[in-house]
Ligand binder design. Structure first.
Ligand SMILES: [Cu+2]
Length: 239
């Protein structure tokens, strides 16, 4: 009887120890994986600078400049129609945002091609149809150097065409952006570009970067987007 009670105690103690060890191991792992509390991430609303002026052509043939986005909240990304890597995911995500934010009249989704020679307005029109893009989702093409400089310097995202003889010469001084925003793909020797969606506020300021390929990142994009849409237009900037 006494020995049985002792062995029961030993088992209980052993179980308790195992639980403690498991908890400690979990706590340790969480501490290693998670960023330190309060550390800013690209997904948190911040200020990553103002989008520079640009002039591009929408799939409708309409000329689009930064002025056309004044007072609006927009999500921008870089894609190309023949991409089979992150672009289908990026565009599916945008299609979903378009549906979820159907009531947001002052929201624009802006997809800019990094393969403008191929992606003419006509090609972009067909691509847009695949994702049932409406009038609030713009597809922009234009001068290749302009687009690459806009991606790299304006949005601080990577965009590299391995087939180009030399990288584009941009007019503005090159400001290196947040390193995590340079994530790219292009393993098949195709155009490499970031899969980040860029959140831009009503004052044309870049406020956050979200990865279209990561559900958690896109979840926080939605929360950020709601906050930006709730913000009032800057004085004199409404339309
Ligand atoms: Cu792509």
């Amino acid at each position: 009887m006494a020995t049985r009670r002792v062995s029961k105690l030993v088992i209980a103690a052993g179980l308790g120890l195992a639980v403690l060890l498991a908890a400690a191991a979990t706590a340790w792992r969480v501490r290693v994986v998670a960023p330190p509390p309060g550390a800013p991430t690209l997904e948190q609303l911040g200020d990553y600078g103002r989008v520079p002026r640009f002039t591009l052509t929408e799939r409708s043939g309409r000329r689009i400049t930064l002025e056309d986005l004044r007072g609006l909240v927009w999500v921008a990304d870089f894609i190309y129609t023949e991409c089979t890597e992150s672009c289908p995911t990026q565009s599916l995500q945008f299609a979903q945002l378009q549906r979820e934010f159907a009531e947001a009249a002052d929201l624009r989704l802006v997809s800019i091609t990094v393969d403008p020679q191929h992606d003419t307005p006509e090609v972009l029109r067909r691509y847009a149809e695949r994702y049932t893009a409406g009038h609030r989702w713009w597809f922009l093409t234009g001068d290749k150097t302009d687009i690459y400089c806009l991606a790299q310097q304006g949005f601080r995202l990577s965009a590299v065409d391995p087939a180009a003889p030399a990288p584009p010469t941009c007019h503005q001084a090159l400001g290196l952006g947040p390193t995590a925003a340079w994530a790219s793909h292009g393993s098949k020797g195709l155009v490499m570009h970031s899969a980040r969606a860029v959140l831009v506020d009503r004052a044309a300021r870049i406020r956050a970067y979200h990865l279209a390929t990561e559900p958690e990142s896109m979840k926080s994009l939605r929360a950020n987007l709601r906050r930006l849409l709730a913000e009032a237009a800057p004085a004199g900037g409404s339309r």
